[in-house]
Write a protein of this length. Structure first.
Length: 393
């Protein structure tokens, strides 16, 4: 077994009416003046925002509201939040929403005590020494940001989407009530499950070899998501299966399915350029990119793709033709994506043909003007990434 470290300090309060604990939890982790950060009107329409604000008021906790976070959260909103926290003397950030809101909250938390531009952290120019505490009331299971150290922000100046990870921003607590996910649209539900599975797959397809317990956990999570998503698409108020999805979203990105191993993450990086350029749903973009990435890299470790095909996708193992088994596993994944309403090509994702110029631009940004590579399972240069985009077009 490979050496690893595991760090998952977030307190999880899971279940029906779990948001009732919000004021006590904020106090427990030192919050006295809170930025309540959220997205669009859904938090308001559902009654969750008003409920949380009412509970904070009853608990004697001051708060300031900042809404308007959009998918692929914007740097401009982050800077607005930083200025607001400084102006009002806020000392805690409570995200109400999904990964975009939590990622934006983490970026604000980094930026408040920092004298420079918060974008420095995402560019790798600086490292934060401290940040405001962050917590979440989760409404969209997908990104896993409620238990992870990761944050992904889009800079509108140049449509640049970059991630930054630091353990100091791991949320103090995460409130998870599956009932709050009943109203998620089918497309968003399916995209969320795609993202959850991909967080595990990025770790599963790594160059470090087999870790039996971790592999079995990862495979079980992926199989469970394949089963649950069809049930909630048929019945959006299926509490049992909504709950499995919600908890899996956290497990897929708090490292229990990877144990800090050398994950690949190329599919995520390649997709980030798609969602930065075209502002598409992240999970849908992952569904488009992964099969082409898989076909491009699979010969680096064919046995890993055979195992995935057999243990996750249920493909019969043809011991005389491992490459054929691997390819059938990838094709089965494509069929699964389509069956839950995800696109299978860039054309289907953005509604038109992508140009060679756009492909070159995305590949250039993905490698920061040919100064870095992507991926660990197979190291990818700019030309490789262009090829994967063309395969997915």
């Amino acid at each position: 077994m490979k050496d690893f470290s595991f760090y998952a300090p977030t307190e999880v309060v899971f279940g029906k009416e779990s948001e009732e604990m919000v004021a006590d939890l904020v106090k427990k982790y030192g919050g006295t003046k809170v930025l309540v950060h959220y997205g669009g009107m859904s938090a308001k329409r559902s009654g969750l925002l008003d409920k949380v604000c009412g509970l904070l008021t009853e608990g004697g906790i001051e708060f300031v509201l900042l809404g308007g976070v959009v998918p692929n959260p914007r740097l401009s909103k982050v800077k607005e939040g930083i200025a607001l926290c400084r102006e009002k003397g806020l000392d805690f950030i409570l995200a109400i929403g999904g990964g975009s809101v939590i990622d934006s909250s983490k970026a604000i938390a980094y930026g408040v005590p920092y004298e420079g531009d918060v974008w420095d952290f995402y560019l790798g120019k600086a490292e934060p020494q401290t940040c405001l505490p962050v917590a979440s009331v989760l409404t969209i299971p997908a990104a896993g940001s409620e238990m992870s150290e990761a944050s992904v922000i889009t800079n509108e100046d140049g449509d640049i989407k970059l991630g930054y990870s630091n353990n100091i921003s791991r949320p103090k607590f995460a409130i998870m009530n599956p009932v709050r996910t009943f109203t998620l649209p089918p497309y968003q539900t399916a995209a969320g499950v795609t993202d959850i599975m991909m967080h595990t797959m990025e770790r599963y397809f790594n160059p470090d070899g087999d870790m039996t317990v971790t592999d079995v956990i990862a495979e079980a999570l992926m199989r469970t998501m394949k089963e649950c998503v069809f049930e909630v698409l048929k019945n959006p108020e299926d509490y049992r299966n909504r709950a499995q999805i919600m908890w899996a979203g956290s497990l897929a990105h708090n490292d229990v399915t990877g144990n800090r191993m050398n994950g690949d993450w190329a599919t995520h990086q390649i997709e980030h350029e798609l969602s930065a350029m075209f502002d598409v749903t992240h999970g849908a973009g992952l569904a488009v990119v992964w099969p082409s990435w898989a076909r491009f890299v699979m010969k680096e470790n064919l046995s890993r793709f055979v195992r995935f095909a057999v243990n996750v996708m249920g493909v019969e193992n043809d011991y005389t033709d491992p490459e054929g088994t691997a390819l059938r596993g990838i094709a089965a994944m494509e069929r699964f994506y389509h069956a839950i309403g995800m696109p299978n090509s860039i054309h289907e994702l953005i509604g038109r043909d992508i140009t060679d110029e756009e492909i070159k631009e995305m590949a250039r940004k993905c490698t920061r003007n040919n100064t870095i590579t992507q991926g660990k399972f197979k190291v990818l240069c700019t030309e490789d990434i262009e090829t994967i985009y063309r395969m997915a077009r």
